[in-house]
Design a protein around this ligand. Structure first.
Ligand SMILES: Cc1ncc(COP(=O)(O)O)c(C=O)c1O
Length: 356
């Protein structure tokens, strides 16, 4: 049975987007592929208002997060975290042999410049964090963090996980000026999973040329050489790229300001509901995600509630990490609408009445 997904990702993919994948296969070294690849890169740049390098790699977002860590530092990084995915990025750096100094910000609180004051020391080559922490629903100000990193150490690189914020929130990429900003297709782009996307700076590519163990699949110099010719380094998910190209046209037709506004309105509707029916949202006010409502469960028995919701044709997400048992999450990103979110909330109201 197909369900309406208000999950944290993958999320719903519209029928016309799915249909756009059903085209004859092409090889990834032909002229048609080059046009497809180059067109996608230009549309991403236009939507995100940037002229940064764009890498497209088969895989989930993590492959390019790992790639950014491998290419952006030989020995030392600083990792700021306020949840599971920030912790995962730190783990990823450590597993790639980096010495990571971790700064732990309490869950539910935003990461702020004050947390890294005096911490971007001489040996720190790169600083990494998550823009929108999917376990807690906190949206931190990545522009302020990136500015603070550069204030302390102008040549330190910034690596930003924007997996659940890119294409839903205006990240002000021009002001942030990140060295790698990474996301995937299955979140606010509302596409099937399978393609990792990174915006990469010239500084990152220059750094990569001095870093030895970049691997093959995630070698930013090889990726850049291919990207310069509008090709992928390894076999790309061509069908998914047809859908991405189609979806980028839809996104540009909606307009980014309208898209950002829609995500804000969906977040407000969920916040209002959480205040009315539950024990409010988990994250601190003023720093709440526009894509994921992390709701304090209170006394709600989540499993039977979710089972009843699924029977009505909806799926949401449980809690994650340290707040797994005390929260649940509603994802509202991609092509979700305010009307659709309100219908979900009405269905949830109906179930809560029945559980009384
Ligand atoms: C904030 C954040 N970072 C990273 C990831 C991992 O992304 P992927 O599964 O596309 O590698 C997720 C997945 O939910 C996420 O929410």
């Amino acid at each position: 049975m197909s369900r309406k997904l208000f999950t944290v990702g993958p999320v719903n993919v519209e029928q016309d987007v799915l249909r756009s994948m059903a085209k004859p296969m092409i090889t990834h070294r032909c002229k048609e592929y080059k046009q497809l690849h180059g067109g996608i890169v230009e549309k991403i740049r236009k939507a995100l208002d940037t002229d940064m390098e764009v890498f497209l790699v088969s895989g989930s977002a993590t492959v390019l997060l790992e790639g950014a860590i491998r290419n952006g530092a030989t020995r030392r990084t600083l990792g700021i975290t306020n949840g599971s995915f920030g912790n995962r990025l730190i783990e990823c750096a450590r597993l790639n042999d980096k010495e990571v100094e971790a700064i732990n910000v309490p869950w539910g609180r935003p990461m702020q410049p004050k947390h890294i004051e005096g911490r971007v020391g001489r040996g720190v080559e790169a600083v990494h964090w998550v823009s929108n922490e999917s376990s807690t629903g906190v949206l931190s100000d990545s522009v302020a963090l990136a500015e603070e990193v550069r204030r302390q150490k102008p040549d330190a690189l910034t690596i930003v996980d924007a997996v659940t914020s890119a294409f839903a929130v205006d990240l002000e990429i021009g002001r942030m000026d990140p060295d790698a900003l990474v996301f995937g297709t299955q979140k606010a782009l509302a596409l099937p999973p399978g393609l990792a996307i990174a915006l990469v700076s010239d500084r990152m590519v220059a750094k990569a040329s001095k870093v030895p163990a970049r691997g093959f699949y995630t070698d930013f110099l090889k990726l850049k050489k291919n990207a310069d010719e509008d090709y992928a380094l390894t076999t790309p998910p061509v069908s998914l790229m047809y859908a991405l190209d189609f979806q980028l046209d839809r996104i540009l037709a909606e307009g980014m300001p309208a898209r950002y506004r829609r995500h804000d309105e969906m977040a407000k509707a969920v916040e209002k509901w959480a205040d009315r029916r539950m024990s409010g949202l988990f994250p601190e006010k003023g720093f709440r995600s526009k894509t994921i409502g992390v709701i304090n469960r209170g006394k709600l028995d989540f499993e039977p509630f979710h089972t009843a919701l699924k029977a009505k044709g909806y799926e949401i997400s449980g809690g994650y990490g340290d707040v797994k048992e005390t929260t649940f999450r509603i994802g509202h990103m991609g092509d979700a609408t305010v009307r659709g979110v309100k219908d979900l909330l009405d269905a949830m109201d109906g179930i809560l009445e029945g559980m009384k």
